[in-house]
Design a protein around this ligand. Structure first.
Ligand code: UGA
Length: 445
């Protein structure tokens, strides 16, 4: 760890602070083998710990035990295979087995939206594993849980010897291993400084600022980060909409914006709207928290409203290029996942786009490099060219880099009309026009 900031004094503590225990290999349990859980498990094994990971999905567990993943995540399959072979990472279905000898148990469970915002599944599992937790061990809430949950879980657990500590994850799908091993910060929330320092030592080989604070602040930090990221994208999508009308170029605007270090260049690419399993859920949860606290967080509601309009803006561009209607015509769509680098289609704007095209009477033909099986209601093409066969319009819905280097003459020859709506500003508009395409990006004159 580089430095440690504690909430009470905001002092900087050096790596050799006696409160930080020397890095030693420990037994760790990880409950949940989704993207967050599996990345946590494999990366902790990589840091030298002995990890048991449990998941209720029998098929997933069987595949993981053989070193196979059921989703795409850069670098994770190699780490899993390596540590399964070394015996430092093992998988099972039984949570009691996983926690049986663990000094640290990480809860990495999905926290779907519930009407009252309670982390139902987390609470259910806490009750189940409570009696099996090792004396004086630490239970870590890594799932994104509503502010105050760590305290609720501590009460629910009924084990005064076990400290419940918040340690929110900041892992992007598609870059989760990198984000774990090269984090921008590690946040630990606990009222028990000894427990916080014990957890900190697990991450001590990582070079990152460590923030030790109370549980509510740690939980809020995670929500604030995701809400800020979503708001940043909504902001840039709103500026891009304006660029479309006034004839400015969003690519140059965002370059000018991003060079200001107070703004930064990341998360300034306009697109079909933010998606995925986390941002929408977390913003909804934060809005609910604000409402419950009597705070009017209208900025966040507006960020959501802008996002909800964004898919419609892409549809309008398609209708415009198609001359007003896509009924009885073929729309080719490249990309189905909510972003590149993942096989995740949850809350994907691309899926929403395809549904809207189908509702407008189009036959939709999709290609995505991660699409193994066919999608209901859509024709699934074997390659990006096949998706364009007979299409009136091509829509680039996900920013897979391989789409940039295709043979656009071949694409054009397969299509009925050379029209492309580039919802990710992925292609080169000049090259596309040279290839005879009518091109519409987002915020590009
Ligand atoms: C997000 C956060 O980035 C992670 O830090 C966090 O840990 C994670 O949620 C989580 O809570 O688990 P993720 O959902 O994997 O990660 O996706 P992002 O990379 O944040 O992208 C979210 C959406 O915004 C995608 O649909 C993406 O295409 C879109 N986006 C992103 C843009 O449209 N433009 C941009 O410039 C950046």
């Amino acid at each position: 760890m580089d430095t440690v900031e504690t909430q009470s004094h905001l002092t900087t503590i050096q790596q050799n602070d006696p409160r930080l225990r020397r890095h030693v290999a420990v037994d760790v349990a990880v409950i949940g083998a989704g993207c967050v859980g599996l990345t946590t498990a494999a990366c902790l094994a990589h840091l030298g710990h002995r990890v048991r990971c449990s998941d209720i999905d029998a098929e997933r567990v069987a595949r993981l035990a053989a070193g196979e993943l059921d989703f795409v995540e850069e670098g994770l399959d190699q780490l899993v295979q390596e540590h399964v072979a070394l015996g430092s990472l093992s998988f099972g279905r039984d949570n009691a087995w996983a926690v049986g000898n663990a000094e640290f148990t990480f809860l990495c469970l999905p926290t779907p939206e519930t009407p009252d915002g309670r982390p139902d599944l987390v609470e259910h599992v806490v009750t189940e594993i409570g009696p099996h937790l090792v004396q004086d061990s630490i239970l870590v809430t890594r799932s994104t849980v509503p502010v105050g949950s760590t305290e609720v879980i501590q009460r629910l657990l009924g084990r005064p010897d076990v400290a419940v500590v918040s340690n929110p994850e900041f892992l992007r799908e598609g870059a989760a291993v990198e984000d774990f091993l090269q984090p921008h910060r590690v946040v630990i929330g606990s009222d028990d400084e000894g427990a916080a320092m014990r957890l900190a030592s697990i991450f001590s080989p990582l070079s990152a600022p460590l923030i030790i604070t109370d549980p509510r602040t740690a939980e809020m930090t995670k929500y604030a980060a995701n809400a800020f990221l979503a708001t940043k994208v909504s902001f840039v999508n709103a500026i891009a909409a304006l660029c479309d009308v006034v004839g400015a170029d969003i690519r140059q605007v965002t370059r000018g914006l991003g060079l200001d270090p107070r703004i930064g260049p990341a998360f300034l690419t306009p697109g079909p709207g933010w998606g995925g399993p986390c941002l929408a859920k977390d913003i909804a949860s934060l809005v609910r928290t604000a409402e419950g606290a009597g705070v009017d967080f209208s900025l966040l509601r507006e960020a959501v409203a802008i996002n909800e309009k964004q898919v419609g803006r892409v549809v309008d561009k398609v209708l415009h290029l198609a001359g007003g209607s896509i009924a009885e015509r073929r729309v080719a769509m490249w990309g189905v996942t909510f972003k590149a680098g993942t096989s995740d289609r949850r809350h994907s704007p691309a899926v929403e786009l395809a549904a809207r095209f189908a509702n407008l009477g189009a036959s939709v033909s999709v290609y995505d490099p991660t699409l193994g099986s066919s999608l209901s209601g859509m024709h699934t093409a074997a390659d990006p060219y096949a998706a364009c066969d007979g299409a009136a319009v091509l829509v680039v819905a996900t920013e897979w880099p391989e789409f940039q280097t295709l043979d656009f003459d071949k694409v054009g020859m397969l299509m009925k009309r050379r029209c492309v709506v580039d919802a990710r500003n992925l292609l080169d508009p000049v090259a596309m026009k040279r290839a005879g395409f009518a091109y519409e990006g987002i915020g590009i004159p």
